[in-house]
Design a protein. Structure first.
Length: 490
């Protein structure tokens, strides 16, 4: 058997991280077994459809490195991969169920359905269609009303009134459902579009999907699906309800937990490799302890038996930490230089000339990769390498140490400029030795002197290591910047 999985998002907005986590599991399962991963667009809810969303879904998969083998953009043997282009198939299935007596046309108006619901609420009985059209006389009356008003009908499944249906889930085991609690649900809407229940079953069968992974919020619908599979004579695929993704407070992951869109994370400078690794651990684990896992290792080890049952928590702090690890230890140096340069090109002030000097970035990268967690931090850490136009105030320059001693600061800066002039071999070791000696001869704390020089030379209080930075800046620029600071204090 060739394992075939699918990611079947509804294009209603920006791809949500919870859905992408499920897509990732689909992808990993397919790759683990050497099978195929399919992208199918489930656009049957025309009221929530957003045309730009399809592009976003594809872009998010591509960015994360979750490559699909078949889909609306790449084609494949089971095309089309967009449900709105497959309506004939759903209609044929609905007609078959009608002919078999497993479904019926319902002509009730939405107004009547609202009244039924309101009445059920009043009587505190479970909501559900009251089956008026299941009965021949009721249907004839409803049909007459509908035709008089120019309305169409929906197709409902004729759920058995008693008995049980079993549902076997690859993660949650077997559950029995009492059919008396299920109503006659809609499979085909009056606009000719199917509901999710019918459409996904028809498509999974047609596309030879072997494993269905979806969020556990779908568990309550599973018994209905079992009825449809049975009525259509389809052997159900393996179905696995994977844990939904929650915020740290236990509520469904949403905006108030931070960004939920993959594109926001991309903008903040999270690396796709890190997000891939992080999402792969939201509801699955290799051994309960390993955190940094490569794509190849995920593919090698991913199986459903290590997917957890309980909801999985999306912890942004852990993602930040992991992104930092990728920047420090995982991403190859040349790739990091490219990423830093792109970020600088994008975010440095437009007054700084382009193109960004890649050679300079290559020298700076080792100094900052240790210090940052996301790429958005890069420009603030190193803008002073790219411009001599530094903006800092006298207060910032003086800091706590020289707050009440501007003339002492000025003298220290003058001595510093002299020290810089006297450094024969321009290396960070030589600079550090010279400045330690200077602090001693001035009777100053080394840390206080270094802070003063740091602001003078970089315009910032938090920077990469000072002497390494000065080494890269070069003697002439350091001297000029020290003179600039002295002028500020004069
Ligand atoms: N279109 C459904 C959704 O976006 C898909 C669920 C499934 O994977 O079957 O929730």
């Amino acid at each position: 058997m060739t394992v075939r999985t699918r990611y079947a998002p509804s294009p209603t907005g920006i791809p949500h991280l919870g859905n992408l986590r499920t897509a990732l599991f689909d992808y990993l399962l397919a790759r683990h077994f050497g099978g195929q991963f399919v992208l199918r667009i489930e656009d049957t809810d025309q009221t929530r459809y957003s045309p730009e969303a399809v592009g976003g879904l594809i872009e998010s998969l591509r960015w994360l490195g979750i490559e699909h083998d078949e889909g609306p953009d790449v084609g494949g043997p089971y095309a089309p991969y967009t449900q709105s282009e497959r309506l004939d198939l759903y209609r044929a299935a609905a007609e078959r169920l009608l002919a078999q007596g497993d479904a019926y046309e319902c002509w009730c108006s939405s107004q009547r359905l609202d009244e039924v619901r309101a009445d059920q609420q009043r009587r505190k009985v479970p909501p559900g269609y009251d089956r008026r059209c299941r009965d021949e006389a009721g249907q004839a009356a409803a049909r007459k009303e509908a035709e008089d008003e120019g309305r169409g009908c929906v197709v409902r499944f004729k759920t058995p009134l008693a008995g049980e249906v079993a549902f076997a889930d690859a993660i949650h085991g077997v559950t029995m459902f009492n059919l008396a609690t299920l109503d006659d649900f809609v499979m085909l809407k009056s606009d000719g579009f199917p509901t999710y229940h019918l459409a996904y079953i028809v498509d999974d069968e047609a596309m030879k999907i072997t494993h269905v992974l979806r969020g556990d919020e779908w568990i309550p619908s599973a018994p209905r699906h079992m009825l449809i599979y049975r009525a259509l004579g389809i052997e159900p695929p393996v179905i696995a309800h994977v844990p939904r993704v929650l915020g740290p407070d236990g509520a469904k992951l949403s905006k108030r937990h931070g960004a939920t869109s993959v594109f926001e994370y991309r903008d903040q400078g999270y690396l796709p490799e890190a997000l891939f690794n992080f999402l792969g651990l939201v509801g699955w684990s290799l051994d309960d302890k390993t955190e940094i896992i490569s794509k190849a290792q995920f593919i090698e080890h991913f199986t459903l038996d290590r997917v957890v049952k309980s909801p999985a928590v999306f912890n942004v702090e852990k993602l930040q930490w992991m992104n930092g690890v990728y920047i420090r230890e995982v991403v190859p140096a040349d790739q990091l230089v490219e990423l830093f340069a792109e970020r600088l090109d994008r975010d440095l002030s437009p007054s700084i000339p382009r193109p960004i000097d890649r050679g300079l970035v290559a020298r700076i990268a080792p100094l900052i990769r240790e210090r940052i967690k996301v790429l958005a931090e890069v420009p603030d850490y190193c803008d002073f390498f790219f411009t001599d136009d530094l903006h800092y105030s006298v207060e910032e320059l003086l800091g706590k140490a020289h707050k009440n001693d501007p003339s002492g600061a000025k003298a220290a800066l003058e001595a510093s400029a002299g020290a810089v002039g006297g450094v024969a071999t321009w290396t960070h070791d030589a600079l550090e030795a010279a400045f330690r000696a200077l602090a001693e001869s001035l009777g100053a704390k080394a840390g206080d002197l270094f802070s003063l020089v740091r602001v003078a030379v970089t315009g910032r209080r938090v920077t990469p290591p000072l002497f390494e930075s000065m080494e890269i800046l070069g003697k002439a620029r350091c001297e000029a910047r020290l003179r600039g600071a002295i002028a500020k204090l004069s």
